[in-house]
Design a protein around this ligand. Structure first.
Ligand SMILES: Nc1ncnc2c1ncn2[C@@H]1O[C@H](COP(=O)(O)OP(=O)(O)OP(=O)(O)O)[C@@H](O)[C@H]1O
Ligand SMILES: [Mg+2]
Length: 358
């Protein structure tokens, strides 16, 4: 049995994130660890806001069986952290390496890997006790992170493996877009949706970090962080760290947050809209050129324009025409179209609509 388990260590593939987290600490340079890693939940209880999944995992930590899991939801909401924390609690630090196989998008996950690596790992049988004598579940966990980037044939190859090895292995699939996981796989798993974190929870976490890092902050700066990160706690923490680095005395100001998040000052957006509504095409061209030359990302301008248009006082028909154009522009931008031309074409449509009085 021990030989079996040792064999498994060789196969366990560690994630890039893990390497990033443990690398610097082994060199005793704890300060170099990014805060997202430093404050990654160590146990399931530390995972904030995702009550459903935490409840299920806690039940299984108490000894109940674990179903196959499918976590989905937007980035930075705690999916990877939750399963890693649960696995650590289940197996303890020593057995963790042997019992958990983590594959993410940085590993090759074509059909060949599913056939060989996953299948071989799944077939190993394991004991129900830890090396320290404590009981632990008699199964292994295979984490397939970023599963939505797996090819359909690779996903299909998982179907039978998942069923056949259910006695010894549990799978945890993690993805952002659940629609990209094939139906037969979703039906084999308990699905858990990870919600974007509520503003209050994000605020609490950020304040906690500020305190631990001895940061000086203003209420407005934390509010700005929560606002720009839109429920993505990873983004909020990363911005917080950058904002703290920006000012040497560890001051976090609202200005710094806005600067780092690359938000276009609302004044500029308002000016652009005013030109669309009252100005001439030449002025519009200048204003758009100016915005793009300032280096603001077109997608950022787009999302801020979107907010203003939705709240603006034009009629519903005009709003619908403009937002439809926004969707097209968004697609073009993600396909790599020219930012200036796309912004100009969007603003032209806004102008056209503004000049229509119906
Ligand atoms: N619910 C949460 N509770 C506590 N911390 C969280 C939570 N969600 C995110 N975080 C913080 O954000 C960081 C990133 O979280 P994690 O890697 O789990 O996100 P993810 O959901 O896997 O995102 P992605 O879809 O991009 O892989 C963690 O290190 C942690 O600091
Ligand atoms: Mg993840």
């Amino acid at each position: 049995m021990q030989a079996f388990l040792k064999g498994a260590t060789v196969q366990s593939t560690r994630s890039q994130k893990d390497k990033g987290a443990t690398g610097p600490s082994t060199e005793k340079k704890a300060k170099v660890v990014p805060w997202v890693e430093k404050y990654r939940p160590k146990c399931v209880d530390e995972v904030a806001f995702q009550e459903d999944v935490v409840a299920v995992l806690k039940k299984s930590l108490e000894g109940a069986d674990l179903p196959n899991l499918l976590f989905y939801g937007p980035p930075g909401t705690g999916k990877t952290s939750t399963i890693l924390a649960a696995a650590r609690e289940l197996y303890g630090p020593q057995l963790f390496r042997q019992r958990v196989l983590e594959l993410n998008a940085s590993d090759e996950r074509g059909i060949q890997v599913i056939r060989e690596k996953v299948k071989n790992f799944a077939q190993l049988t394991v004991a129900g006790t830890r090396t320290d004598g404590k009981p632990c579940p008699p199964f292994k966990i295979i984490i397939l992170d970023e599963a939505d980037s797996m090819t359909a044939p690779a996903q299909a190859a998982l179907r039978r493996t998942m069923e056949k090895e259910s006695r010894t292995t549990r799978f945890c699939l993690i993805c952002n877009y659940v629609s990209r996981i094939i139906e037969p796989l979703t039906s084999r798993c308990s699905k858990f949706r990870f919600k974007p974190l509520a503003n209050r929870i994000q605020e609490e976490r950020l304040l906690e970090i500020c305190e631990k890092e001895n940061l000086k902050y203003t209420k407005e700066s934390i509010e700005a962080l929560v606002r720009v990160s839109e429920g993505d706690l990873r983004k909020a923490i990363t911005y917080l760290q950058s904002a703290a680095r920006l000012n040497n005395d560890k001051d976090v100001t609202e200005c710094a947050v806005i600067e780092i998040a690359g938000i276009v000052p609302p004044k500029m957006i308002n000016k652009l809209l005013q030109i669309c509504f009252k100005g001439t095409f030449e002025k519009l061209e200048d204003a758009v050129r100016n915005l793009v030359d300032e280096g603001y990302a077109a997608t950022q301008i787009l999302s801020q324009l979107h907010e203003s248009i939705i709240d603006g006082d034009i009629n519903d028909k005009q709003k619908s025409v403009i937002t439809e154009k926004m969707a097209v522009v968004d697609k073009c931008l993600s396909d790599g179209a020219d930012e200036y031309l796309q912004m100009l074409s969007l603003c032209s449509v806004i102008m056209q609509q503004a000049f229509q009085n119906t």
